[in-house]
Design a protein around this ligand. Sequence first.
Ligand SMILES: [Cu+2]
Ligand SMILES: [Zn+2]
Length: 169
Amino acid sequence: MATKTTIAIAILALIALTAPASAADQATAVLKDADGKEVGKVTLIAVPTGVLLAVDLTAMPPGDHGFHIHGIGQCEAPSFKSAGGHFNPEEDEHGLLNDAGPHAGDMPNIHVPASGKLRVEVLNQSVNLGMGLLGGKGTAIVIHQGADDYISNPAGDAGPRIACGVISE
Ligand SMILES: [Cu+2]
Ligand SMILES: [Zn+2]
């Protein structure tokens, strides 16, 4: 009798532990440019050390572009300023080369070839999906016209925002 009860409680505890994680183990951001045209998609997958971003761009200007997670889940064209600054829950400074950084939303530049198409996977170990990217005001993926210099505040001197996608379940 006591053993059965113990097992039942153990199973319930297991369900309670695993349910929240599986509720948000994947998210998506459909990227649109300033004209509202779809230019790519990012699939975000929860992994034990953070979030793996599978980037699939279909129509971007060739060249080097800053690639970040911004701290508000709103993409209002054409400026995409509605997405706010970089996702930065720890209140760090900007930049992968900054001793006082980086923002959790800082990630390496992407390099788009002449075709305008690029597939790349990026591991961000400073974020998580459940209480992080999908919580609060939400978050958005933003691609900039220029490259992030990895040090200038507040946003790496990467220029205007040319594509944006709200991260959603
Ligand atoms: Cu940005
Ligand atoms: Zn930043």
